[in-house]
Design a protein around this ligand. Structure first.
Ligand code: IYT
Ligand code: CU
Ligand code: CU
Length: 324
């Protein structure tokens, strides 16, 4: 929203190195209902920029999570209500996070420390990257301080470290997930897998899981020559931020398979479908990675139909992988 400090470091041997700290905060908002999700857009310029650091500013008693998205087109141009369960009685306009081209770039939840990107890694934004806007989403858990008698306001957000100096390594986020449903009183595996066909190598360094109430554990793997190596594993009942990859230094190259599984436990009396509201479920594994150079994985998703129509073993590539 506003640039607070601009520090220009001159005289580095390789020339001018511009690093700015951008405070990207909610503009003193006052959500009045618990579990409101608010979004705030930030337009990117014609010039390409690199985000090389994130620092969260939030009070965990008030903000449950913060997500930073890249959008082609934002859901709105002024602060709006952008929840999975946006209420029509909200005083804010209701809309999606992005109306097109949504990508997650960063997540903070519940007192998590700042995610540090590896050296020389940057998210490329603006210019011709397809990220024309950033959208900051804050989930307001507790709104009592915004109501009388306090009537206070909130400016949670993040400070981004940005530069226009091209970085040696480019960051990206790849999302694995499923559709499908979980029958009442069952434990169900929701699985997906995709061949990795790119010519460049990918270095996963962090991951995030997302599910609603039924998610027990979610894991992601690289499969090479039938051998499975874990990229990450976490219960989505813990804060849904980016955690460091569980196999540091793992490299994905052409011919590998990327796979993910969500183990869901449904004790309810009704079938739960994957869908976009809080009354639905979700099965997501986000892999944050970098490449040496300027490439990112072109298709950002690996979604399967999920149960009961799809399981790993139904897929020919996966069958080959399991057999070896
Ligand atoms: C149905 C489902 O799985 N929705 C997820 C994944 C998702 C992410 C993005 C779907 C779309 C996106 O553009 I980015 I369409 C989902 O909504 N996940 C939530 C956020 O809304 C992204 C999450 O917290 O991971
Ligand atoms: Cu939240
Ligand atoms: Cu969800």
């Amino acid at each position: 929203l506003l640039v607070v400090s601009v520090s220009v470091v001159l005289g580095a041997p390789s020339g001018v190195h511009n690093v700015t700290h951008v405070d990207y905060l909610m503009p003193e908002v006052q959500p009045k209902q618990a579990d409101t999700y608010l979004c705030n857009p930030l337009k990117m310029g014609k010039e390409v920029k690199y985000i090389i650091g994130f620092e969260p500013h939030a009070n965990m008693a008030i903000a449950h999570h913060i997500l930073l998205y890249g959008c082609e087109e934002p859901g709105s141009h002024e602060v709006w209500n952008c929840g999975e369960m946006a209420s029509k009685t909200s005083s804010y306009k209701v809309g999606p996070v992005c109306s097109s081209g949504a990508k997650i770039l960063y997540a903070w939840a519940m007192d998590a420390p700042a995610l540090t990107l590896p050296e020389d890694v940057g998210f490329k934004v603006g210019g011709d990257t397809g990220i024309n806007y950033l959208v900051l989403q804050v989930h307001y858990k507790d709104v009592t301080s915004f109501l009388p008698p306090k009537n206070s306001h909130d400016s949670s957000g993040i400070t981004m470290t940005m530069t226009d100096t091209p970085q040696r390594r480019r960051a990206g986020v790849y999302l694995l997930g499923t559709g499908g449903y979980i029958d009442a009183h069952t434990v169900t595996y929701m699985e997906t897998e995709c061949p990795f066909q790119e010519k460049f190598d990918v270095h996963p360094f962090a991951f995030r899981t997302h599910a609603h109430g039924l998610g027990m554990v979610t894991s992601g793997y690289r499969i090479r020559d039938g051998q499975w190596t874990e990229i990450g594993r976490q219960t989505p009942q813990k804060p849904q931020m980016f955690y460091n990859s569980t196999t540091p230094g793992l490299v994905i190259h052409q011919g590998d398979i990327l796979a993910a599984r969500c183990t869901m436990k449904n004790d309810l009396d009704r079938r739960m479908y994957i869908g976009s509201t809080q009354n639905d479920e979700m099965c997501n594994f986000y892999m944050m990675y970098y490449t040496e150079g300027d490439d990112i994985i072109p298709g950002t998703y690996c979604f399967s139909q999920g149960p009961p129509s799809y399981y790993w073993a139904d897929d020919i590539n996966m069958r080959n992988a399991i057999k070896n």
